[in-house]
Design a protein around this ligand. Sequence first.
Ligand code: NAD
Length: 506
Amino acid sequence: MSAPSAASANTPTVKLLINGEFVESATTEWRDIVNPATQEVLARVPFATRAEIDAAVGAAHAAFAQWKTTPIGTRARIMLKYQALIREHMPRIAKILTAEQGKTLPDAEGDIFRGLEVVEHAASIGTLQLGEFAENVASGVDTYTLRQPIGVCAGITPFNFPAMIPLWMFPMAIVCGNTFVLKPSEQDPLSTMALVELAIEAGIPRGVLNVVHGGKEVVDALCTHETIKAVSFVGSTAVGTHVYNLASQHGKRVQSMMGAKNHAVVLPDANREQTLNALVGAGFGAAGQRCMATSAVVLVGQAREWLPDLIARSKTLKVNAGVEPNTDLGPVVSRTAKERIESLIAKGVEEGATLALDGRGVRVQGYEQGNFVGPTIFTGVTTEMTIYRTEIFGPVLVVLEVDTLDDAIALVNGNPFGNGVGLFTQSGAAARKFQSEIDIGQVGINIPIPVPVPFFSFTGSRGSKLGDLGPYGKQVVQFYTQTKTVTSRWFDDAASSAGGVNTTIS
Ligand code: NAD
């Protein structure tokens, strides 16, 4: 059932992309895309029908036959053109992104930029997709591997990075010689579609990239579709686990990057000024809706004394619409998200944590309808509390206190999630111990949001990731290709008539 719509007859509709054409969906189910700062309906997004999903997958399947043999240089040059187009259109797309998602304009440009870096890296596919060769594994016999594309791949993306995360997926899949069906977040697909349009303009051939929109039904159809070979998912742990299980049961490769509770561990020898700035920025930037946002601060020993300063700095942050200059936190993505965050804050109070800074009830002049939640800090938090064990995905920091680095490591490793962590210290020995013993995918040493650049790969452990291989970098080239191992022997007629070459494999 469609939600009640506030759209008018003039509200634009988001198109599907099937076989190179941007087409209107025939569905009866639509959802409004709403500006989180104003509640203005920006567009309506369709929930694609089964026939449309089949058409998109069918187009991708048909295009694969030719695309997989397209020369590496041709594929790479499309990415070179694509990165130039993204650069050119970045300010325009950032405005779309801020309007539909809420984050500030500089954050929106950052969202696009981190995706752009993946496109730049995709342009170097020539060296990334090399196979291996061993000469003379037996006399006159050579063995080599071919790293070949796998076929039709699908991508399912979350609302919080509508530029970066689709760009983690389809450029690398396509440049490896695969074809792709993307299912963007139904909450904010406009900036994703602006990037898709540029990809087509850059020269991605008909059928190589396709887009369907929708929610659970569309996702389930992709996870079970017999033609699809691999599924990339980024989103919450509950949905990612479902996607991983369903798609795996249907014989697909799956990479599922999921939810988080990212800790910042602060040792008393850390640089106080840098650390407090980092905590405030990483905790409350993008209204805490980053998968790598700091959401739990662990103050070790004397670092406990920094708490009043952390609260005081957090109070100075400016909550406003993302389009307004000097905004630190924009609105959260939807009214539902705001209600969920506020109910978790209420739960924290109910379970006995101290609400040292309450961001509920923030009113922003000129944006009275916005989904704003201000910086919120809980102290006196214990590891059993719901606010500690749950990903709140809003501007809420929970503060815990421990006596030693060992205690901090045990605490972080005991949390259900394993996405990102930061350690703040001036001790190399402490940092080395921490990076060795911590069970988390991304580790920052005096770096609050350690998202790897695209020549590495994003990763994660425990409740934050399922599947072996992460997005972008070397790992994703493995994910989007399969190896074929060839063992070959060539007979030299001239040599054999003169006595022969020993070609026995033993
Ligand atoms: P979400 O899990 O609600 O949605 C992600 C995608 O799954 C969307 O495309 C959505 O349409 C689809 N979906 C939603 N419900 C579904 C269902 N029941 N069955 C099948 N598909 C369904 O996530 P979100 O709220 O859009 O994004 C925020 C989450 O993403 C947070 O948990 C955040 O930590 C996580 N995230 C993780 C990373 C990472 O790399 N680990 C990066 C960004 C975001």
